[in-house]
Design a protein around this ligand. Structure first.
Ligand SMILES: [Ca+2]
Length: 270
């Protein structure tokens, strides 16, 4: 029975490799990606949404947001709003808002209550924890061009990682869990006492997790670094209240780094 189980795993891995290599022939993924023009007035749309919904933001994040920036995560030309909370653990929690058909929607949040506070029509069940704008990487992977992030968090005795890939569906940002790893450590010794892995939402093992993560971690990074502003850059300027919040968002719009119309690889094709 055990041998059969191992055989099935090997077959699954082989099948995965074949499927992956079929889609990953270097010639199948163009060397450049062309981006559409941004939606007209996107900056004003986000500002109007944040202004109109300030009370909700203040209620959900009573200490204020930790940082705000803009990144075109689904490569449709129009950036999404990326907002960090102030964190209560190793990494900060990320909230993502997208401008869809002229309206701003919350598409991902680490707060369950965000689903009730905002229109949840496009809310993903996948969320992201990281502490840096630069964690969102734009890469040419075997599966095509995309932004992805190694979302991670933990406590003294636990740690988890999740490779999250961003995409688009009918103009809405989508988040896909590529692979997930959870580790639990014995206090003192640090030995792993429990571990859990999923790939594409299904049960896996350490090797399966790494193979899935490698597609992204070993993809060709463009070198694009997103930028935004953090509350702690200027606590006085971004002080508590509506005006400080809106000032931080306006500064984030200034800090926004557009992806040039054609992104050319920083490294040669492998
Ligand atoms: Ca976008």
């Amino acid at each position: 029975m055990k041998r059969l189980g191992i055989l099935l795993i090997v077959l699954a891995v082989l099948t995965g490799c074949l499927a992956s290599s079929g889609a990953s022939a270097p010639t199948a993924v163009p060397e450049t990606v062309m981006l559409p023009q941004p939606a007209e007035g996107w900056q004003d749309s986000y500002l109007a949404f944040l202004d109109a919904n300030y009370d909700i933001f203040a209620a959900l994040w009573p200490d204020g947001l930790g940082g705000v920036g803009f990144i075109d995560l689904d490569l449709d030309g129009t950036p999404e709003l990326v907002a960090f909370d102030q964190g209560a653990s190793v990494a900060l929690g990320v909230q993502l808002f997208d401008l869809i058909d002229g309206q701003v929607y919350c598409v991902s949040s680490t707060l369950d209550s965000a689903g009730g506070a905002f229109d949840s029509a496009y809310l993903s069940s996948v969320h992201v924890c990281t502490s840096f704008f630069e964690s969102f990487r734009l890469s040419r992977t075997a599966d095509g061009w995309c932004f992805w992030v190694d979302s991670s968090n933990g406590t003294e005795q636990t740690a988890w990682d999740e490779i999250v890939r961003f995409g688009g569906d009918g103009g809405a940002l989508t988040l896909t869990s590529v692979c997930y790893r959870y580790l639990e450590f014995e206090p003192g010794s640090g030995l792993v006492v429990a571990e859990n892995y999923t790939v594409g939402g299904g049960a896996s093992d350490a090797a399966g997790y790494q193979a899935a993560a490698d597609v992204y971690q070993e993809g060709q990074d463009t070198g694009y670094n997103a930028a935004g502003v953090f509350l702690w850059n200027d606590m006085e300027r971004y002080g508590a209240g509506h005006d400080g919040f809106m000032t931080m968002v306006k500064d984030a719009l200034t800090a926004y780094v557009p992806i040039t119309d054609t992104v050319t690889l920083a490294s040669p094709v492998q």
